[in-house]
Design a protein around this ligand. Structure first.
Ligand SMILES: [Zn+2]
Length: 457
């Protein structure tokens, strides 16, 4: 299988097992099922079937700042059967808000009635900046959408980079000799990050670093994260099991730095990315088990599975200790586009209300004023909708044929659609609505056959 599994609902709307694209096409051609939704592709059966399906899928999420990876993993086979990458628009939101702030600032200095200043208001607890909140909300939307069509048993979210809590409590006996284990790897990554990828004693970089106990184990030092650091082999041997104070007796600055860092490592346990934490907490509302994963283990499992770095693949590798297998190699790409603007009155380049557009008549050369109406009459399709359109004749840049396209503007006669970057006007009788505008743009990543070939070994 290459493309995502197809979700199937029963005649009565109950969630059934997702099926393969091939079977989905067969069901449709034999009139046994109809398309219910295009994105994510969902069928509804026409005949009655056994509706008892035990949830067997795990929804796995890897929240990222620009792209969040989603995948559905078949728990019986540990295989990815459906995946998606959600591209956020945090930066676009930020820029819009800066624009709005500019408009408001100018309004405040105009000669108007007194307005109370509104800027240093106290932010409520758990407040997130709009660009971050959008990440939380769009992730919530997609969890909701998937729960409606897939038999999901549990939700897994990568909520921290390093799980310090686990690291402080896990049995780390002799861990420095087991770099191949999940914990050995996680611990090493966390230490590298925390101590800046250099030998703490001599500051050498780009040398193999060993895990080093600040208070030697023979002197009662623990295996906890807060007692560990990294040093080069030379320094490690030189220090041996001397107390750190004695070893660094002539280098008080380094000793001070180590002590300071040691203290910081404990507070680090609480330092998690606020958006990820919020996403993890939000997921609890769905009354399913919510499992947390850490980024270091995700990376470890992905490398062990021999898979490249992609957001959807990462999501499948969250919080598991088994090799991840792929049954697909082409995730759905969803881009957050927003719902346009709520600005009631558009302005022209000089900031004046744009009520009319002036056009030169190409024949007479006279200027003609065309009113821009607020509520343009539109057909059943509106801006942003996905339609199938039938072009009967060749157009300037586009050949005749049947196209799937997005509506750019509704017109008096029908719509203008975008086909390979060109605006094409199509009459209303030649378009068919297939997916209503919902603030997202959909596409598919390019097929990467190597992914499956490699994984099949
Ligand atoms: Zn050293």
């Amino acid at each position: 299988m290459i493309t995502n599994s197809v979700f199937v609902l029963s005649k009565n709307g109950k969630i059934l097992k997702p099926t393969t694209p091939v079977r989905a096409r067969l069901l449709q051609s034999q009139d046994q099922a109809k398309k219910l939704k295009l994105f994510p592709f969902t069928l509804i059966l026409e005949k009655s079937v056994d509706e008892n399906v035990e949830p067997y899928l795990e929804l796995k999420i890897d929240p990222g700042s620009k792209i969040t990876g989603f995948s559905l993993v078949d728990l019986n086979k540990n295989e990815v059967i459906w995946a998606m990458e959600l591209e956020h628009r945090g930066l676009a939101i930020k820029m819009e808000l800066i624009k709005r702030a500019g408009v408001r600032r100018s309004r405040r200095t105009r000669r108007l009635r007194y307005r109370k200043k509104r800027f240093d208001r106290k932010k409520p607890d758990g407040w997130l900046a709009p660009s971050l909140r959008h990440r939380l909300l769009t992730t919530e939307t997609w969890i909701q959408r998937l729960l409606k069509v897939a038999p999901i048993k549990s939700i897994v979210i990568e909520s921290v980079k390093f799980d310090f809590q686990k690291m402080e409590t896990a049995d780390l006996e002799g861990i420095e000799y087991q770099q191949g284990t999940l914990w050995g790897y996680t611990l090493r990554e966390a230490l590298l990050e925390h101590w800046g990828r250099e030998c703490v004693y001599c500051g050498k970089t780009n040398v193999p670093l060993q895990i080093e106990h600040i208070n030697a184990r023979s002197l009662g030092g623990s295996d906890r994260f807060s007692n560990l650091t990294l040093s080069c082999e030379k320094c490690n041997q030189k220090k041996g099991n001397k107390p750190v104070e004695q070893f660094l007796k002539n280098q008080p600055e380094i000793l001070k730095k180590i002590k300071l860092h040691q203290k910081k490592s404990l507070s680090n346990a609480a330092a998690v990315n606020s958006t990820r934490k919020a996403i993890f907490e939000m997921a609890h509302q769905f009354e399913l088990p919510v499992i947390s994963g850490d980024g270091a283990s995700t990376k470890m499992i992905r490398i062990k599975s021999g898979l490249p770095k992609q957001h959807w693949i990462d999501s499948a590798c969250v919080a598991t200790d088994q090799i991840v297998k792929l049954r697909i190699c082409q995730p759905l790409r969803v881009t957050c586009k927003g719902h346009g603007t709520r600005q009631a009155q558009r302005v022209n380049g000089s900031g004046f209300p744009a009520i009319a557009s002036v056009k030169k008549n190409s024949v007479t050369g006279k200027k003609e004023v065309k009113l821009v109406s607020k509520n343009q009459k539109y057909t059943h399709a509106t801006a942003g909708d996905y339609v199938v359109c039938n072009l009967l004749k060749d157009r300037k840049h586009v050949k005749s044929g049947i196209y799937r396209a997005r509506v750019k503007t509704p017109t008096e006669k029908g719509v203008e659609v975008l086909i390979s970057g060109h605006r094409i006007a199509v009459d209303r009788q030649h378009i068919k609505l297939i997916h209503r505008a919902d603030g997202y743009e959909y596409s598919f990543a390019t097929i990467d056959h190597d992914l499956l070939r490699f994984n099949a070994i």
